[in-house]
Design a protein around this ligand. Structure first.
Ligand code: C5P
Length: 225
């Protein structure tokens, strides 16, 4: 028997990278594997939650019993999240969303013309999905518990604390470096208004279960349930 700590909760979670197209065959993306987000989706399902997983392009099987929506770009990810958030009681943003996308998409493959000229790429900023969702009424009034992630190369506590406030989320989870992208293990630093707590180095599956427990405790405290 395992306690179903998230019974009755509906988790909406983003995972993986986004892919921002330049032309029909090219684009920019990053090395996020999606493993942490998929592990959390699996752990939350095991803890009794209904889970909707919005995934960028990753090579991972859908966790059993999880509803998955595949997207490519940040804008598609935001749209998918906004279409589902009305049902959610918890939102966790683990996706490594591209900060910028090419300002223009070329319908046709950009050709190398032999002149040695290189295309000039201009970029525009993508929407911040987490900040957008965390600043909706449901999140502001506590009906939607929002959790963000941070991957920093240095000064994790300082940057992650600032990020928690800037995004407006009660809980920010820092990846304790070095680069965790693609790895099967990690260590996490939880930051909330009570302070910090470290989840020491372990597999992403173990950390996901611990994080689900931590979130369940905070939900109980936040809602006085
Ligand atoms: O600002 P930064 O990208 O470091 O913030 C990381 C957190 O914000 C992660 O939880 C990530 O999923 C989320 N995020 C987002 N949309 C963006 C950028 C980041 O949801 N455009």
């Amino acid at each position: 028997f395992t306690a179903k700590k998230l019974q009755g909760q509906h988790l909406l979670i983003t995972a993986g990278p986004t892919f921002e197209a330049i032309d029909p065959v090219r684009g920019i993306t990053n090395l996020s594997s999606g493993k942490m987000g998929f592990a959390i989706a699996r752990a939350a399902r095991a803890a009794g939650a209904d889970v909707t997983l919005v995934a960028g392009p990753v090579h991972l099987p859908t966790p059993h019993g999880v509803m998955r929506i595949n997207v490519q770009s940040a804008r598609q990810m935001l749209e998918a999240v906004q279409s589902q958030v009305g049902n959610a009681s918890i939102f966790i943003a683990t996706a490594a969303v591209a900060d910028w996308r090419p300002a223009e998409f070329s319908d046709q493959k950009i050709k190398k013309d032999g002149s040695g000229d290189v295309p000039a790429l201009a970029f525009v900023e993508n929407p911040d999905i987490l900040a957008t969702i965390a600043q909706t009424d449901a999140a502001k009034y506590g009906n939607l518990y929002c959790v963000g992630f941070a991957a920093e190369s240095h000064d994790l506590l300082k940057h992650a604390s600032a990020k928690r406030l800037r995004k407006g989320v009660p809980l920010l989870v820092g990846n304790i470096g070095p680069a965790t992208f693609g790895k099967d293990d990690n260590a996490l630093l939880l930051i909330d208004d009570q302070g910090t707590k470290e989840l020491p180095h372990a597999s992403k599956d173990v950390l996901a279960r611990q994080l689900v427990d931590e979130i369940a405790q905070r939900l109980t405290a936040a809602r006085g349930a």
